[in-house]
Design a protein around this ligand. Structure first.
Ligand SMILES: [Mn+2]
Length: 250
């Protein structure tokens, strides 16, 4: 999907913050870091891409959203109201974002692989789940949980039961991923590598495998950037500023 151009300010990227996963102490620290990042974005102007697994689970009903993310939602709302463009691309934990983020918060929700241009540079952004060769078990699992009948089933339950099942499903996804952890690291890099032979881009930005890093691809100009996660105590983000993308820590 090609999105409209917006060349105002810097462009920021985060992924795999997994809010809702850790102890209250760790969650509070992550929220403080998020507040710091949002203050930078507000001061500088620009846009933010949240590339999935921002929330460790999310389940939205017709009239109900889960407890536990109030401070996150307030920070996000405040950022949008400061006129920042905010995009939220679904990951495998927050795999279905419903209409709440678009309609009530003014965040633009995205799915799958997206591309856009900033200051003449071409970006491809994705969470990273289900891309590339192999990991058939996970792909089947992802197809199952993103299926509208599965979602229909969940939203038909009482909200407490639906959210409890979603948290369980999120835990299952994590356990499955740990099994394939090493393979996942190369899988995304290989996918980006195979993409340079098919289409032009400057940056492939993703998360998902929690292995942060930056690699120059075989054409000698395109770069693979993995944003890493916030659950290991390193609160990293990507920023594209003055024509270059770099990884920073909060
Ligand atoms: Mn993920």
């Amino acid at each position: 999907m090609q999105m409209p151009l917006c060349d105002m300010g810097a462009t920021f990227f985060i992924s795999d913050t997994h809010f809702g996963l850790q102890s209250q102490e760790d969650e509070d620290l992550k929220l403080e870091k998020l507040e710091t990042l949002f203050a930078i974005i507000k001061a500088e102007g620009g846009s933010l891409y949240m590339l999935g697994d921002i929330l460790d689970y999310w389940m939205e009903f017709h009239h109900v959203i889960p407890k536990g993310f109030t401070r996150f939602i307030c920070l996000l709302s405040d950022l949008v109201r400061s006129h920042a463009d905010v995009y939220y691309l679904a990951g495998n934990h927050d795999f279905f974002l419903g209409r709440f983020f678009d309609e009530e918060l003014g965040v633009k929700t995205l799915y799958g692989v997206n591309s856009f241009t900033r200051d003449g540079k071409q970006f491809i952004v994705a969470h990273g789940d289900g891309l590339g060769e192999g990991d058939i078990g996970y792909k089947l699992f992802a197809r199952f949980v993103r299926n509208r009948y599965f979602l229909g089933l969940f939203t038909g339950f009482h909200a407490d039961l639906g959210v409890a099942l979603m948290r369980k499903s999120s835990r299952f996804s994590r356990h499955h991923k740990q099994v394939n952890y090493t393979m996942e690291k190369d899988r995304l890099l290989n996918f980006a590598q195979s993409l340079v032979t098919k289409q032009e881009f400057d940056y492939f930005v993703c998360g998902h495998n929690h292995v942060r890093g930056e690699y120059l691809l075989s054409n000698g100009s395109s770069r693979y950037i993995n944003l890493g996660s916030w659950i290991d105590g390193i609160n990293s983000y990507g920023v594209f500023r003055d024509g270059a993308l770099s990884l920073q820590e909060l």
